[in-house]
Ligand binder design. Structure first.
Ligand SMILES: Cc1ncc(COP(=O)(O)O)c(C=O)c1O
Length: 370
């Protein structure tokens, strides 16, 4: 089986450590272990014996994750290596050649590209800028047919930072229920809302609802590689069957740290810090976009450390970001790798001076293209 290149991740892997100004990250600037653990907890971690941990995640951690979703129990949870593994398991275990997947676009494209690679027909349901990056419900209804097996969404969305509206969520759930479809929601940006109010989860406890998420973005801990799937225990068993072949289990250090960080009060504090960081930095980016004299049209994100402005220049997005990268050593991501042209994704979750410097360097290349 030949897998299509996951352009976004491959390019980030190659370039993010090679450039001077990496504005390609979608999460808020990561935290150090000593910023999230007390000295006593750090000591505890240093004394951990490095056993294999429970392959599906420790009961304590699964209990904490389950508490975030209505009606879920520890048996509804599989702990994975990042939400990337959770997405991989769901795609590979639940979809087969000939199935149809209705897939939100723009998107991170991991699920869509992987599904195409294994012979699934992927039907995009487009988020419309003129509808504040919501989807058209008539269009969604028109995409369902007897071959449809799953609807996969991402809310808050990467790259737009838009949160699925209550009306859209209700209709997506209704359609999934009526046609007995899997409804897979990638919610790795949930908890990183600029309003400070956590957005609703798509998960309602229906047998075929699945949520994938993790600690990489809103919790600022990507290096833990901690993710999860929450769904019906029978489906968890199916995902776990594949997980035995992928990574067996999570690292015990990550499981232990996550079990502390996800205690309800700690979690709240952490997410509060994320919101404050996002608000301060989005102000810098918005100011900069305004100062570009109409070069960009911009719907501000509601969540996540990413903005997805449309640019008004006559150049394809991949070419544009390569020019900025090669001339100024600043890395941003092209709309093309999210399924939408003439946009760029700018990560604003870096320290502020770093963000300012990266933007001002980019400005010089943009000015030369006007
Ligand atoms: C929507 C989305 N899902 C999943 C991932 C993978 O995240 P991780 O495996 O670090 O949890 C990313 C990373 O950028 C993402 O944007």
């Amino acid at each position: 089986m030949k897998f299509k290149t996951f352009e976004l991740e491959r390019n980030m892997s190659v370039w993010e450590h090679a450039v001077n100004y990496n504005l390609s990250e979608s999460g808020v600037h990561p935290l150090a272990l000593k910023e999230v653990l007390t000295p006593e907890e750090l000591e505890e971690v240093s004394e951990l014996v490095l056993y294999y941990t429970e392959a599906n995640g420790t009961a304590e951690l699964r209990e904490l994750v389950a508490a975030m979703y209505p009606g879920a129990t520890p048996d509804h949870v599989l702990i994975t290596n990042g939400s990337a593994e959770a997405n991989f398991l769901c795609t590979m275990a639940l979809l087969e050649p000939g199935d149809e997947l209705i897939y939100m676009v723009p998107n991170y494209l991991q699920i869509g590209t992987l599904a195409e690679s294994i012979g699934v027909t992927v039907k995009p349901i487009r988020l419309r800028p003129e509808q504040n990056w919501q989807m058209d419900l008539d269009e969604l209804n028109g995409l369902v047919n007897p071959k449809t097996k799953m609807i996969a969404v991402c809310t808050p969305n990467n790259p737009t930072g838009a949160i699925m509206s209550p009306e859209v969520m209700a209709e997506v759930r209704r359609i999934a229920d009526e046609h007995d479809l899997y409804l897979l929601s990638d919610e790795v940006y949930r908890g990183a809302e600029l309003s400070g109010v956590e957005s609703p989860t798509v998960y309602s406890g229906r047998k075929k609802d699945i949520v994938n998420s993790g600690l990489s973005k809103a919790y600022r801990l990507p290096g833990l590689r901690l993710g999860w799937s929450v769904t019906d225990p029978d489906t968890i068993w199916e995902l776990w069957t594949l997980h035995d072949y992928t990574t067996i289990s999570l690292g015990i250090i990550s499981d232990t740290v996550a079990s502390k960080v996800l205690q309800p009060d700690r979690r709240k504090d952490l997410l509060g810090g994320t919101t404050e960081f996002l608000r301060n930095n989005l102000a810098i980016l918005t100011e900069w976009i305004k100062s570009q004299n109409g070069l960009f049209s911009f719907i501000p994100p509601e969540a996540a450390a990413i903005a997805f402005p449309e640019y008004h220049l006559d150049i394809p997005s991949v070419e544009l970001i390569e020019k900025v990268r090669d001339e100024k050593s600043v890395l941003i991501m092209p709309g093309d790798w999210f399924g939408v042209e003439k946009h760029v994704r700018i990560g604003y979750g870096t320290p502020r001076d770093f963000l300012r410097k990266g933007l001002s360097l980019m400005e010089e290349t943009l000015a030369s293209l006007r």
